[in-house]
Write a protein that binds this ligand. Structure first.
Ligand code: COA
Length: 329
C-alpha cells in the first residue's frame, strides 16, 4: 500500500459583498423585528450581493486572498473545487469561472453541491486528492449568493441567510508546515432531502413545465425540524472529531454559522465554554458553504488561532449532509 501524503493548509482567504442588509432593513420587507431576529438567531445583519455581483465574483476574490496568504501563484494550482448551491448558472459550475478569473489554465475545476456542508465537502475532496498523490496544490472554495434564492415574503427563512465566500489552499504538509488535516469525515441522510430545499428550477420542475409554481423557486425549510437535527449533529461532530485527543491541545471549534442558539445548544451538550468557539453570525448570518472558511479567516486575522492547537471544523445542511475536519494549526 502506498503511504498517504500529509496535507496542510497553506493559506486562507475570504470575501463578503459590501452591501449590508440589517434587521431594520428586513423590518421594511417582512413582518419581523430586530428584537425577534436577534433573540431567536443572534443575527444583526448580513451581506448581500448587488446587481451584477455574482457567486463567481465572491469566489474569485476569496481565492485571490487565499493564494496571497499561501504565497502560491495561481499558475501553480492543479485543481480548483468550489462548494456551492448558488452557482451563477445551473451549469457550468463556478470553479471553471474562477479558473479563468485567477489565471490557472492548467488546473482542473469542478463544483460540489453539498449546501451548508459545501466547504467541508471540498476540503475532504482536496485532502483526499493530495493525500493519494493525485494532486499537489488544490484550491478549495465555499461560495454562495444565497440571497438571490431567498423568499423575502417568508419571514421564517429570509432573515437567516447572507452572501460570502471563503477559500483555502491545500498543499502537502511538508511544503507549508501548518494546518495539517488530521481527520476528516462526511455524511448524509437523504431521507431529509425536503427539510431544506429549493423545490423548483431543477429538471423535475423546470420553469417551462406545465404546473410550474414560481413560489417554489425559493429556499424553503422546516425550521424547527432543522433546528433539532442541527443541535444534535453539531454536538455529535464535535465529540467524534475530538475523540481520543488531549484536551490540553484543543484550540477552537469553528462551526457552521447556522444560528447562535443552535451553536449554544451544541456547546452545552459537549461541555465547551463559549470562548472556545468562533462565532461571527451577528454580522453575516448563515452564508452556507462560505460560513466555516469566513469564520476561520476572521479568527486567524484576529489572532485567535494558536499555532500547534487543534481546530475542529463542523458543518451540516441541506441533503441532509454533514462534514467535519480536525486540523492542527
Ligand atoms: N419574525 C417574527 N416572528 C417570526 C419570524 C420572524 N422572522 N419567523 C417566525 N416567526 C414566528 C412564527 O410564525 C411563530 O409564530 P406562532 O407561534 O404565532 O406560530 C413563532 O415566531 C415561533 O416560530 P418558530 O419557527 O417556532 O421559531 P424558532 O424559535 O424555531 O425560530 C428559526 C425559527 C428559523 C430561527 C429556527 O427554527 C432555526 O434557526 N432553524 C434552523 C434553520 C436553519 O438554520 N436552516 C439552515 C440550516 S443549514
Amino acid at each position: 500500500m502506498t503511504s498517504r501524503v500529509r496535507v496542510g493548509i497553506a493559506g486562507i482567504g475570504s470575501h463578503v459583498p459590501e452591501k449590508i442588509l440589517s434587521n431594520r432593513d428586513l423590518e421594511q420587507l417582512v413582518d419581523t423585528t430586530d428584537e425577534w431576529i436577534v433573540k431567536r438567531t443572534g443575527i444583526r445583519e448580513r451581506r448581500v450581493v448587488s446587481p451584477g455581483e455574482n457567486c463567481s465574483d465572491l469566489a474569485t476574490a476569496a481565492a485571490q486572498k487565499a493564494l496571497a496568504a499561501a504565497g502560491i501563484a495561481a499558475t501553480e494550482l492543479d485543481m480548483i473545487i468550489v462548494g456551492t448551491v448558488t452557482a451563477d448558472h445551473v451549469f457550468p459550475g463556478v470553479a471553471p469561472q474562477v479558473q479563468v478569473n485567477i489565471g490557472a489554465p492548467q488546473a482542473s475545476a469542478f463544483d460540489v453541491s453539498a449546501a451548508c456542508s459545501g466547504f467541508l465537502a471540498v476540503l475532504n475532496c482536496g485532502e483526499a486528492f493530495i493525500a493519494s498523490g493525485a494532486a499537489r496544490r488544490v484550491l478549495v472554495i465555499g461560495a454562495e449568493a444565497l440571497t438571490r434564492m431567498v423568499n423575502y415574503e417568508d419571514r421564517g427563512s429570509c432573515i437567516l441567510f447572507g452572501d460570502a465566500a471563503g477559500a483555502a489552499v491545500l498543499t502537502p504538509f511538508e511544503h507549508c508546515d501548518q494546518g495539517e488535516i488530521l481527520r476528516r469525515s462526511l455524511g448524509a441522510d437523504g431521507t431529509g432531502h425536503s427539510m431544506i430545499w429549493m423545490e423548483s428550477g431543477g429538471t423535475k420542475q423546470p420553469h417551462h413545465m406545465e404546473g410550474y409554481d414560481s413560489s417554489r423557486n425559493f429556499i424553503a425549510m422546516q425550521g424547527r425540524e432543522v433546528y433539532r437535527f442541527a443541535v444534535q449533529k453539531m454536538a455529535e461532530l464535535i465529540e467524534t472529531s475530538l475523540e481520543g485527543t488531549d484536551p490540553e491541545e484543543f484550540g477552537l471549534v469553528i462551526p457552521h454559522q447556522v444560528n447562535q442558539r443552535i451553536i449554544d445548544g451544541a456547546l452545552e451538550r459537549v461541555g465547551l465554554a463559549p470562548e472556545k468557539v468562533v462565532v461571527n453570525i451577528e454580522r453575516y448570518g448563515n452564508t452556507s458553504a462560505a460560513s466555516v472558511p469566513l469564520a476561520w479567516d476572521e479568527a486567524l486575522r484576529d489572532g485567535r488561532v494558536e499555532r500547534g492547537k487543534l481546530l475542529v471544523l463542523v458543518a451540516f445542511g441541506a441533503g441532509l449532509t454533514w462534514g467535519s475536519a480536525l486540523v492542527r494549526w
